[in-house]
Ligand binder design. Structure first.
Ligand SMILES: [Zn+2]
Length: 68
């Protein structure tokens, strides 16, 4: 597995829009937070894993739409 395929994502909303507060980057908390929902629960995975999870989430959303 190639390390450079790793991405940071938000564990709450699954966004890839992760921002880093530079002033806090050296602290224990690395300063990363979600630019969408402002969660600090940030995970790391490969882009392939992220895409697979995104697909699962999309299907789930569609199922919810159909069952309305
Ligand atoms: Zn988020």
């Amino acid at each position: 597995m190639e390390d450079d395929n790793l991405v940071f994502y938000c564990k709450d909303c699954h966004s890839l829009y992760i921002l880093v507060d530079e002033e806090l980057a050296d602290s224990e908390w690395d300063g990363a937070y979600c630019g969408k929902c402002h969660s600090t629960d940030i995970g790391q995975c490969t882009i392939e894993e992220w895409l697979a999870e995104e697909e699962r989430r999309r299907k789930k959303r569609e199922e919810i739409e159909w069952n309305k």
